[in-house]
Design a protein around this ligand. Sequence first.
Ligand code: PLP
Length: 392
Amino acid sequence: MNTLLPQVVFEGIVTVRDRLLQMPDPLRLESGDPSFDTPDHVKEAATKALRDNLTHYAPSTGIKPLREAMFAKLQKKNGMTYLKSPDQIFVTAGGMHALYCTFRSILNEGDEVLFQVPNWTATGQIIIAAGGKLNRLKLRPELGYRWDLNELESRITPRTKAVAINTPHNPTGGVMFREDLERLLEIAVKHDLYVVSDEAYEDVIYDTEHVSIASLAERYPKSVQDKIITAFTFSKSFAMSGWRLGYAVCSGEKFSENIKKMILYTANGISTPTQWAGVAALTGPQDCITTMRAAYRERRDLLFAGVNQTDFLRCEVAPQGAFYVYARITPAWNGNAWDLSNYLIDNFSLGAIPGDIFYDDTPSIRFAYACKTDMIRRAIQTLASAGKPARA
Ligand SMILES: Cc1ncc(COP(=O)(O)O)c(C=O)c1O
């Protein structure tokens, strides 16, 4: 049997969800699934593809119109001007598959990846499944959950192969600013590291701009550009989580050869009608992005205030992106993060994910505000009353 997979754990979010969904009328703050429906013109494009019998095998790295639409988007919106052709884009089954194929393409057994903690569970488990080791660095609330880049550099070892970033960040909502990314890139160049940038939440950002680290690589030689891999998904930007559509981008020829094999032998390409939906999402009206962002901002403000009104939760920095409030559990709560999560589910049907699931050993809990605004309001009322027995 494979010896790596026993080291990989199932996502703890599923454990919480299974328990929550047994409760009546659950408050779904455990879930990062957008409450919005996929825009109609996107659904229509998939339906048309079915009607037109576009139901056959497609090239395993993606249909040409989709890669061309992605190429235009990456140049214009993400500033990746050094990209030369749509052949440097690889269509995947969501962001998760993009990350899996990426880490399998670059890592050898024992290679270390600089990895921020807390962090989305799947990224770490994918690295482990690919034979990598996590070189963990704590993100600190007092830095707005940005990396301490001096510390990061001091942690590099001869085995360090890559740094994994995610901005905006799940679970903290932290955003890496242009100057952080500039410096991170300098460090990566100096130590010849790959940079894997997960930009799943590029459009879910409130008070600042999203910067793709690849857009800062224009002035570097091709050898540097070739070591930056960016992963995107349609799940969040276009409320398309169930479609399973994402992509990885990299200018390196060696990476290209590897990831093409990974996609071929894991999925042999993504469902053809889904790819046509992706073309419509990228080339059609973009107003859904702004509409959803405005709703998420309102929900963020409500939830951030609601969490801080309790005495057992504290979130110092307002999240600047993604749709999560990551709160520290104060000594007013007499127990650990799992106890709190279970208590909220069992007594109030309220879902929230313990920080342990995000590799965090400081007592913390994540509330998602991807669900409807009304549900957020009810959750806040619940949290206010939940504090009373918590103190008893
Ligand atoms: C940080 C992060 N990256 C990537 C993804 C990938 O999403 P998907 O596989 O739905 O595209 C998610 C999903 O929640 C995420 O939170």
